[in-house]
Design a protein around this ligand. Structure first.
Ligand code: 13P
Length: 251
């Protein structure tokens, strides 16, 4: 049975003090909730120890937002998968559209990062999705297929079972313009059909596909009710414990 997952991507937000308050607040609230989803919290790098330590004794998993595509050495400012593993990080977001846009990450570089994470037993949360122009010109399925094939399809069946996919239409990120339930389900079913063709039905059915893009406490229930939507990758709404909890409780 594939897992339901709700992951919070804090992006480049919060001071150390606010991050400390937020993660403790979430951990405390999670204690009194009957969970039907795995919860992942992905803070900025400097706060990782805070969340990964607390994750050891709480009902959530520690995640990171990025990883280097190199192993170690003279790469100023980078953080390797081995470093993340040594801090008990369980998940790592890769290929987020903000990294593709501002840091020119390519499908090939993302593939390298995914391979490194898997080697160090960290589950990649691989993001893909089209920009508005691509949707409006009807190219969204082709774009997503290319991202999927170029970043994931070099993996074996055994490896891909440890990958989580997050469909994040770029036009929905931080805009308040959520994909409709129908648009989300349609793309998730398409992604699963490609996984089925490449790896077979049994593998395709095991892989969690999350939705991301203005997902909030109000729309999560409807989005998560779709057959192929296995949870969410949450930006803005993961910065408030109550909103994040409400999303988690939508399962
Ligand atoms: P928002 O939920 O703020 O739209 O961000 C989504 C996202 O990019 C999560 O990775």
């Amino acid at each position: 049975m594939r897992r339901n997952i709700v992951a919070g991507n804090w992006k480049m937000n919060l001071s150390f003090e606010l991050a400390d308050d937020l993660v403790n607040d979430i951990a405390e609230k999670l204690d009194s909730v009957e969970l039907n989803a795995d919860v992942v919290i992905c803070p900025p790098f400097p706060y990782l120890e805070l969340t990964s330590d607390l994750a050891q004794e709480s009902n959530f998993f520690a995640g990171a937002q990025n990883v280097a595509s190199f192993d170690n050495g003279a790469y100023t400012g980078e953080v390797s998968s081995k470093m993340l593993a040594s801090m008990n990080v369980d998940y790592c977001i890769v290929g987020h559209s903000e990294r593709r846009k501002y840091f020119n990450e390519t499908n090939q570089e993302i593939a390298t990062k995914i391979t490194k994470l898997l080697k160090d037993d960290i589950k990649p949360i691989f993001c893909l999705g089209e920009v508005l122009e691509e949707r409006e010109s009807g190219k969204h399925f082709d774009v997503v297929q290319k991202q999927l094939e170029e970043s994931l399809f070099n993996l074996t069946s055994q490896e891909i079972l440890n990958v989580v996919i997050a469909y994040e239409p770029v036009w929905a990120i931080g805009t308040g313009k959520t994909a409709t339930s129908l648009q989300a389900q349609e793309m998730h079913a398409f992604i699963r059909s490609l996984l089925d063709k490449k790896y077979g039905n049994e593998v395709a059915e095991e892989i969690s596909i999350l939705y991301g893009g203005s997902c909030n406490a109000k729309n999560a229930k409807e989005l998560f009710a779709n057959k192929d939507v296995d949870g969410g990758l949450i930006g803005g709404a993961s910065l408030k414990a109550e909103d994040f909890l409400a999303i988690i409780k939508s399962f």
